[in-house]
Design a protein around this ligand. Sequence first.
Ligand code: NAD
Length: 319
Amino acid sequence: MWSLCDLDLARAKKVIGSYSTVEVTADLATVLADDRVQAVAIATPAGTHLDVAMAALRAGKHVLVEKPLAASYSDGASLVEEAERRGLTLMCDHTYCYTPAVTRIREAVRSGELGEVHYLDSVRINLGLVQRDIDVLWDLAPHDLSILDFVLPEGVRAVEVSAHGADPIGAGRACVAYLTLRLSTGAIAHIHVNWLSPIKLRTTIIGGSKRTLVWDDLNPSQRLAIFDRGVDVAAPDELGADERRNMLVSYRSGDMVAPALPEREALGQMAAQFATSIRTGEASPTDGRSGLRVLEILEAASRSLANAGAAVALTGGEK
Ligand SMILES: NC(=O)c1ccc[n+]([C@@H]2O[C@H](COP(=O)([O-])OP(=O)(O)OC[C@H]3O[C@@H](n4cnc5c(N)ncnc54)[C@H](O)[C@@H]3O)[C@@H](O)[C@H]2O)c1
């Protein structure tokens, strides 16, 4: 059986339409008390995630929560602890991790196709809805941070973050923000999020020692491009003394390949992963712990933002 629960009953009815057998209610307690309900997907504002998700877990339901997992690290940690104690699936909808493009990016990074990752640069800007309860960092950066968490090789993580932001329209919260992350390998990642840009950009560049990947999510005919173009540096001991005094840098200008991507709808993939995790108990790549790693960075970035961009150390989601 299926129920749609929203405090705004009229909105729920409008979403469901006139030709559905899905029950509509404003009473979450009744839904949670129903033994036929095994899983709950929560798409309410971030500030309500703790209460709604905790109620669902305590009622013995598997839970899928929209990003961000919760409004704070400690709220997220309570949810992860409760789910683990009860042996229930807790998953966060980091939607992009279920797109064909990000799946292919993960493969390119993890297989070594790009070589050693030198830098990541992500831009997510448009004329966005200025949120009432969260700043642009908490609204948009969860996407980039969850993608980073998903694609980086095992054992590589962000170790430090600094953030700068601005509120030029007096909204009471940052509407433009820049995050710089230092990775455990020494690589650098930069994320730019902005609600005030008249043009929409969704572009990520991942520069590696062998190849550089460019992801333009707004270009459906060529979302990904992998360039065999870049800078090679000769090892100094390969060179004689005279040569060493000259440039050690040479430029490589090879082919660009645009990988074919399957047509797959991310939300469908994500829901299928939720079902698989419930059935098998296998953790999803965007489980509660990945949600926590993202929350740790968001909180540290907020501290940095409030402290003129001072670097804040990260632990990798463990506290
Ligand atoms: N994964 C993505 O790409 C993506 C995109 C957009 C939004 N989101 C996330 O989805 C969530 C919702 O965002 P939105 O823009 O749809 O918000 P919204 O404010 O438009 O809608 C939230 C709905 O939740 C209802 N609600 C609030 N508290 C409730 C409660 N306690 N019980 C039942 N219903 C309740 C409200 O009545 C409202 O209809 C947020 O966490 C947001 O970050 C994710």
